[in-house]
Design a protein around this ligand. Sequence first.
Ligand SMILES: Nc1ncnc2c1ncn2[C@@H]1O[C@H](COP(=O)(O)OP(=O)(O)OP(=O)(O)O)[C@@H](O)[C@H]1O
Ligand SMILES: [Mg+2]
Length: 250
Amino acid sequence: MKVIAVINQKGGEAKTTTVRNLSYIFSQNNKKVLTIDMDAQGNLTTNSGILKREVNTIVDVFTGSKNINDVIINVHKNLDHIPNNMEMSDFSLFLEKSAGWTKLLKDYIKTIKNDYDYIFIDCPPALDFCTYNSLGAADEVIITLQAEENSVEGISDLIRSINMIRERDNENLNVLGIAITKFKKSTNLQNQFYNLLKNHFGDLVFETVIRDNIKIAEANYNHKSVVQFDKNSNGAKDYIALSIEILNRI
Ligand SMILES: Nc1ncnc2c1ncn2[C@@H]1O[C@H](COP(=O)(O)OP(=O)(O)OP(=O)(O)O)[C@@H](O)[C@H]1O
Ligand SMILES: [Mg+2]
């Protein structure tokens, strides 16, 4: 069983979209998959077709009012999901003060580990309680990133946080790769930033680039993976290629 956290503290870098699509593709390949929404925005929960205000969430596990088994929702064959909603935002501030707070999620996951081949965690756009708990629980990290100046700028803070959690709590934490998302091939500037990232991070950058593709956004809106929504789209092809690369690296 592998726990994979998809992370970037910047908003809109396609973390949720990446979790949604990779988890779908893995589940279609007969792997038992769980997704955990650690973002209080609850986007992954909505994109999974779940009404987030009507369900128990990961917050109920952190507060101790529910067992982790009681908040798992089946999305379809081989794919389960643990929801989130706005409650997490207030709650996390309180929890950060308790000892061992970065290891809470890891302990909850321990009890369900054997039920899954892969657990994907969708992180919020912040280096906060939820992201640190996700890093504390993960075996592998995937960083999603747009090839743009403002996106590339934050990456050293992100790597520093990953290193901190590795040293403090989780010595086996591995950065599996950097996935470039929403890539506009025809834009010179994006190509320049892509080359800059390749030069700096080398093979850590996945060979597969997720192109900017409206079918991906439409699939999200329809609460589907792009592979379900339009299997011939560039978006579907890119996420399938990325999932093969990920499997080869793991
Ligand atoms: N390859 C793509 N092509 C076109 N649109 C995309 C692509 N990937 C993601 N999007 C769209 O970009 C927006 C942001 O994506 P997403 O919500 O996955 O990012 P995020 O990193 O999870 O954001 P947040 O930080 O707010 O959680 C969404 O509207 C999504 O549909
Ligand atoms: Mg998101």
